[in-house]
Design a protein around this ligand. Structure first.
Ligand SMILES: [Zn+2]
Length: 420
């Protein structure tokens, strides 16, 4: 670790994880509660890890309660980033994906920095889709134990891929070919303790924007059935239309990435309520950070820009067709902290700021099966609350500007405070 202040910060986080005050009262100038209401002069009462009540004006304050005055800010529900890679850590020196091999325990410690950046962006829950050696499982559990401070994690363990010799770097993923191997792969992933299954249904990733379908329809269907048989959900990655068509036809719960989707697939997604996590911005991050961080081969930026345009066009079509769209950053390496920039794209394709905010609150909460405890600031919900400057209902950049997030509470505990 090059930066001693980071070490101090990690230590701070580790030691500040004491039990929260039993009752906390928070005042907001405005509260966007996630249920469709916007309250002025809101008062949120938090008891332990949950919201107890939401009111306006001057309700009686429970005796002994700690009062936090955030009346300068707007409160919003803690955000959910539904597609991340928290264990992809950038040390600021090496070129991503050429870093030296690291012991899994080292990865877990280093990735706490990504966890902190997520919280600072207002992200209190993530769905992490592919990590090696159980590092995601370890982080999820350490965070749930209160030993590491970070977003609540739903994880897929190691993703499933087909055997392929064209992957540029030693591939990360369980190699499975054929229906039987896929079924065994799913069972192995879930037996390891993963919450989700992730399958790579096509090529594509980093500077590679190819769209070749990998798993067959039969393999995808076997994966979906084996996952659902064990009461879990499956995310299928597809950069292109062929893999997406079969993923949707096979009954995937969520489709990741996806450009050039055909109208029939989009209509099926709307009908089947397949969640679509387009991850537009991660390619923009690659473009923006290519010269300084990723150092892709020549021509990569042009290919990425072209893919972004087609990805955006697909999101626009899907939105118009009524597909359930969810914010996923696909954050890796230097993309951490920029997790919510995806919302700017959603507004660009025609969503209102309110609709965009839903893609990071109530929609992903439902995707995760957590719709009764995440995605809203409401009685009985987990107290995940973010204070931002400005009004996100009229300007989404109130949420997406990194410096706009001033304060974050996760499960009743203050994890970010930049109000002073
Ligand atoms: Zn990804």
């Amino acid at each position: 670790m090059r930066n001693p202040s980071l070490l101090a910060l990690l230590f701070f986080f580790a030691t500040s994880s004491t039990a929260p005050a039993a009752t906390t009262v928070i005042r907001f100038g405005r509260l966007v509660d996630g249920t469709g209401r916007v309250l002025t002069n809101a008062v949120v009462v938090v008891e332990d890890d949950k919201v107890q009540s939401v009111a306006t004006g001057s309700p009686p304050i429970p005796s002994g309660a700690e009062v936090i005055d955030l009346s300068r800010y707007t409160g919003i529900p803690g955000l959910v980033d539904a597609h991340t890679h928290i264990t992809y850590y950038w040390d600021g020196v090496t070129i991503p994906r050429t870093e030296p091999p690291r012991h899994p325990a080292v990865v877990v410690v280093l990735a706490q920095e990504n966890a902190r950046k997520a919280l600072e962006a207002g992200v209190t829950t993530i769905r992490d889709l592919n990590a090696a050696s159980g590092t995601d499982l370890a982080m999820r559990d350490l965070i749930n134990m209160g030993k590491v401070v970070g977003p609540r994690m739903f994880v897929s363990g190691t993703a499933m891929r087909i055997t392929r010799s064209t992957v540029p770097i030693a591939p990360v993923g369980i190699m499975v070919d054929g229906v039987d191997a896929v079924i065994r792969g799913v069972r192995q992933i879930l037996a390891s303790g993963a919450d989700w299954v992730k399958m790579h249904g096509s090529t594509g990733g980093f500077d590679d924007v190819t769209q070749l379908q990998t798993f067959t329809f039969e393999e995808m269907q076997a994966a979906v059935r084996a996952t659902h048989a064990l009461g879990r959900k499956i995310a299928i990655h597809s950069y292109g239309p062929a893999g997406a068509r079969d993923a949707v036809r096979a009954g995937a719960d969520s489709l990741e990435h996806g450009a050039d989707l055909d109208d029939e697939t989009i209509a099926a997604m709307a009908r089947q309520r397949t969640y679509y996590i387009p991850t537009v911005d991660h390619n923009q991050v690659y473009v923006d950070h290519d010269d300084t961080v990723f150092r892709f081969p020549p021509g990569a930026k042009d290919r990425l820009r072209d893919y972004i345009q087609r990805n955006v066009e697909t999101v626009r079509k899907a939105f118009r067709a009524g597909v359930r769209i969810v914010m996923g950053s696909d954050a890796v390496y230097s993309g951490w902290g920029l997790n919510t920039r995806e919302l700017d794209w959603f507004v660009k394709i025609g969503m209102t700021p309110e609709q965009a905010l839903k893609t990071a609150t109530t929609e992903p909460a439902a995707l995760l099966g957590m719709e009764k405890s995440l995605g809203a600031v409401a009685p009985g919900f987990l107290a995940d609350i973010v204070a931002v400057e400005g009004n996100p209902m009229s300007d989404i950049t109130a949420v997406t500007r990194p410096e706009g997030v001033r304060w974050v509470m996760k499960a009743g505990r203050v994890v970010v405070d930049k109000t002073k």
